[in-house]
Design a protein around this ligand. Structure first.
Ligand code: GDP
Ligand code: IMO
Ligand code: MG
Length: 430
């Protein structure tokens, strides 16, 4: 199966980076197709523990070419910092290419993201404050600055002059903030473009060549399907399409070329930031799911915020699978459930006297639904050392099988720990 998209099937942080790191050795190309440094992808392998925000998680495989596609929004300072750290730790970044069509997160995007959040007060989204929303908004308004613009002095100056006039009016008149200097910004971003210049190219040519040769290509998702700007829990979403359609658009690959879509889901559920979360829990069971004190504790990779936790929500996961054509499920963090005597799974929502099959579109309504739970027996046995599916405790096998049945996808991978060797392959991906 040459072209595989791996997407988050929940609200992000499902363990996508972990699985991409493993699968990258089977692919010739890994393309990160969307989002920006709101993402935090943790990779634990023989080289150490890495937290990637923009660099694709295939970077550790010396044979694999990594691409940051046109659908990504790039903060050049963050990307340079990440490249520097990787190089310092012995990871070559020579095979990383950045689409010249990718949009740039500028300082005013970050500032506006934070100011807008302050203004929202009670209704704040809980964004990562990295400028993601404003950068995508500018792209759609056709006032964005792209990577290619950083390499072309006159274009950068012309575009910045127009854009900054508008941004400075907003910053000073609406928010009472200081204006941003055209001169300083121009020089700074020209310099950043210069530093990244060797990586910036027409990635379309690389992707097309790989497609023509039927080389295995892995599309790396960021965020999760329930944060999708169209189909997620709007307005508590991110500003991009993190699913399979976004994969095609952001990587520049037509949908007819996609062979498989892997939906990654934790064996339970988490969410960072505000917004509806029907199966959210608190108390001792929540503490178990949070795994505080472990390196994989439910603390946001990007912002350090404590993640909200809850039971697996099959209504949401099935909805995510349907929207994205998920044919293969990867269940991560099964080991986190190892000590629980019983585990709940939400199989439906009740609203007044009705039973709902799909999540309602409106947040106010979604917040009123009552999850219908099925309770499954736990296995009370450590699974972190298990490497074959049939060696998992029977109750763990049954739990995972039930999740797949409810979601409507075959099982592909099960992860029982953060390490590269802690993934059980049930069905070959490539
Ligand atoms: P991503 O954004 O989807 O790449 O996921 P994150 O890296 O933000 O969050 C996933 C966290 O869970 C990271 O700390 C991973 O190291 C960790 N992790 C991934 N898979 C497993 C697993 O199977 N078991 C455990 N215990 N931790 C895992
Ligand atoms: P990865 O790739 C978890 C959430 C934020 C917030 C909402 C909007 O690591 O899975 P934004 O900054 O995008 O405007 O914030 O989306 N969010 C994520 N949550 N994992 C992510 O990425 C996320 N990226 C954005 O917490 O609720
Ligand atoms: Mg993450």
């Amino acid at each position: 199966m040459p072209v595989v998209a791996l997407i988050g099937a929940q609200w992000g942080d499902e363990g996508k980076g972990h699985l991409i790191d493993l699968l990258a050795s089977q692919a010739r190309l890994v393309v990160r197709y969307g989002g920006g440094n709101n993402a935090g992808h943790t990779v634990v392998n023989h080289l150490g523990t890495f937290k990637l925000h923009l660099v694709p998680s295939g970077i550790f495989d010396p044979q694999t070419v990594n691409i940051i596609g046109a659908g990504v929004v790039i903060d050049p300072e963050v990307l340079l910092g990440e490249l520097k750290e990787l190089e310092a730790r012995g990871v070559s970044t020579a095979r990383l290419f950045i689409s010249e069509r990718a949009h740039v997160i500028m300082p005013y995007h970050v500032q506006l993201d934070q100011l807008q959040e302050q203004d929202r007060g009670e209704g704040k989204i809980g964004t990562t404050g990295r400028g993601i929303g404003p950068a995508y908004a500018d792209k759609m308004s056709r006032t964005g600055i792209r990577m290619a613009d950083l390499l072309h002095e006159q274009t950068l100056l012309n575009r910045l002059r127009v854009v900054l006039e508008e941004k400075n009016r907003i910053l000073t008149r609406l928010y009472g903030a200081s204006p941003i200097s055209l001169h300083d910004t121009y020089l700074r971003y020209l310099e950043l473009g210069h530093q990244l210049g060797d990586h910036v190219t027409d990635t379309h040519a690389i992707v097309q060549r790989a497609l023509e040769k039927d080389l295995p290509i892995l599309l790396e998702g960021a965020q999760g399907a329930l944060l999708d700007v169209d189909y997620g829990t709007y307005p508590y979403v991110t500003s991009s399409p993190p699913g399979a359609a976004g994969a095609c658009q952001g990587a520049g690959i037509g949908p007819t070329r996609l062979n498989a879509v892997i939906g990654v889901a934790k064996a339970y559920a988490t969410r960072v930031g505000a917004g509806p979360f029907p199966t959210e829990i608190d108390g001792p069971a929540a503490d178990t799911l949070r795994q505080i004190g472990t390196p994989w504790a439910e603390v946001g990779t990007t912002t350090g915020r404590l993640r909200r936790v809850g039971w697996f929500d099959a209504v949401m996961a099935r909805y995510a699978a349907q929207l994205n054509g998920v044919d293969t499920l990867a269940i991560t963090k099964l080991d986190v459930l190892d000590t629980l005597p019983t585990i709940k799974v939400c199989t439906g929502y009740r609203l007044n006297d009705a039973q709902l099959e799909y999540p309602p579109a409106t947040v106010a309504v979604l917040e009123q639904v009552e999850p219908i739970y099925e309770e499954l027996p736990g296995w009370m046995t450590p699974t972190t050392g298990v490497r074959r599916f049939h060696e998992l405790p029977e109750a763990a096998q049954a739990y995972v099988a039930r999740l797949c049945q409810l979601v409507g996808a075959r099982l592909g991978l099960v992860s029982v720990g953060p390490g590269r060797d802690q993934v059980i392959t049930v069905a070959e991906i490539f």
